[in-house]
Design a protein around this ligand. Structure first.
Ligand SMILES: Cc1cc2nc3c(=O)[nH]c(=O)nc-3n(C[C@H](O)[C@H](O)[C@H](O)COP(=O)(O)OP(=O)(O)OC[C@H]3O[C@@H](n4cnc5c(N)ncnc54)[C@H](O)[C@@H]3O)c2cc1C
Length: 405
């Protein structure tokens, strides 16, 4: 996409800055962290210093003071090199921090957002449970009010940053008779599982946050992709959460989390576009260099057509992403557009990465080239923050609502 329509000079500056950072610091270590399934703390520290852990938040809250479009640019540019680094800023900011920014009291904002925006601690979002996946309203975790506390019991599944993070917004049932209107959200804190690594790099932990008894991370998932992103269970065993940590109004937790996911979906769409663009970059480079039948394979129309299809779909997807981001930052409704962007871009990322492997031939099937990692990283974009099927349901609901007027 050329530098028009959605981007101003400060957006272009963010793009250059993140691109340079990703090439210098992420590219050399991405394959290593993927192979080891290790969290890139050194780069998290650098990202914190660059303001990438609080791109859209106001400077008074310790943020970088940019807008949603700038944030999407940062997500896209990081994912062009490595999706795990990209989901770290995306999940931390949109899922972990934005509910506190949008639904928190001024006291909660002052207490948690500066720590999160600077990257001093990482945040996460606990919605999914063993029996509450696509049907997120099936929450079983309970919160019972008692003497100025809510006592939480239950567990969450597949939570990004569950191990490495210290601040979590989670849902729990406060009124079992009220359906999704009986679900509330809370801010919980615990110590990172990587205390030693955090102390060594000087980021990821704050002594100012209480380590709530009974709240801890469970087993780490051994995943197909996003392997340098931390995904674990979160467990609640009689956790006493002070009433002041209730986030927003009691009973509105589920509704607020659905709003959070609308915004998160634009982030996953931007991340998908980044992966697809990275795959195209690699495929173009390889096709220009690889010779068969006495010529570079890029001179064959069969290869050119694949590259052209990838580039065309990426361009179309990018319009969906930045249009949805623009709507969101204008304060206009964007739920349908966010679902469309997420659906289209995550599925195009799969198509693009598979084509990139095809263009690499046998070499694409090995770890000598990054395209196999790109394909593994793309798959989760069709699942996380609502599967493709759920996006189609969301879009259809909007269409029917529009029809009914
Ligand atoms: C790496 C990773 C990171 C994640 N991070 C987080 C996080 O930070 N916080 C969090 O809360 N969750 C997180 N999740 C959870 C993620 O959002 C869920 O996995 C996802 O919403 C799907 O839920 P599920 O896995 O239970 O699948 P299910 O809901 O069991 O779905 C299984 C299949 O059934 C289909 N299906 C279900 N219902 C319908 C329907 N009505 N119509 C048609 N098809 C349907 C689905 O589309 C899917 O294909 C993460 C997951 C992963 C893998």
């Amino acid at each position: 996409m050329h530098d028009s329509l959605y981007f101003n000079d400060s957006h272009l500056a963010v793009r250059e800055m993140v691109r340079a950072f990703a090439l210098e610091h992420v590219s050399p270590v991405a394959a290593h962290h993927d192979a080891e399934s290790s969290f890139p703390w050194e780069n998290v520290k650098r990202m914190g210093e660059l303001g990438l852990l609080g791109v859209p938040w106001a400077e008074e809250l310790g943020g970088a003071g940019f807008d949603t479009i700038a944030f999407m640019i940062a997500i896209e540019e990081l994912a062009r090199i490595d999706a795990s680094h990209s989901i770290t800023i995306s999940a931390h900011t949109t899922l972990g921090t934005s509910p506190i920014v949008y639904f928190g009291t001024p006291e909660q904002q002052q207490r948690f957002v500066p720590l999160l925006s600077s990257g001093q601690v990482l945040g996460g979002f606990g919605l999914t449970e063993e029996s509450a996946g696509s049907d997120a309203g099936g929450t079983r975790t309970t919160a019972v009010k008692k003497d100025g506390y809510y006592v939480l019991n239950g567990s969450k599944r597949f939570i990004t940053h569950a191990g490495v993070g210290e601040v979590f917004v989670v849902t729990a049932v406060t009124d079992p008779s009220a359906g999704t209107r009986g679900i509330s959200s809370f801010i919980l804190t615990k110590e990172t599982c990587d205390l030693e690594a955090c102390r060594a790099v000087g980021i990821g932990h704050s002594d100012a946050l209480p380590n709530m008894a009974g709240f801890r991370a469970g087993k780490k998932e051994d995943k197909l992709g996003w392997r340098a992103s931390d995904t674990r269970e979160l467990l609640f065993d009689n956790v006493e959460v002070p009433a002041e940590n209730l986030l927003g109004t009691e009973g509105l937790g589920f509704i607020n989390f659905m709003k959070t996911l609308d915004a998160g979906r634009i982030g996953i769409a931007a991340l998908s576009i980044g992966i697809a663009q990275g795959a195209l970059d690699e495929a173009l480079k390889y096709a220009s260099m690889r010779k068969q039948f006495g010529q570079a394979i890029v001179s064959f129309q069969g290869v050119q057509f694949q590259l052209s299809d990838m580039a065309t779909e990426i361009e179309a997807g990018r319009h969906l992403v930045y249009h949805a981001a623009w709507l969101s930052q204008q304060g206009l409704p964007f739920g349908k557009e966010a679902a469309m962007a997420k659906l289209f871009c995550s599925e195009l990322a799969m198509r693009a990465t598979i084509k990139a492997i095809q263009i690499h031939g046998g070499y694409g099937y090995t770890k000598e080239y990054p395209v196999e990692r790109y394909m593994r990283d793309a798959k989760i974009c069709e699942i996380g923050e609502g599967t493709s099927e759920i996006q189609r349901i969301v879009i259809a609901r909007h269409l029917l609502k529009e029809l009914a007027g």
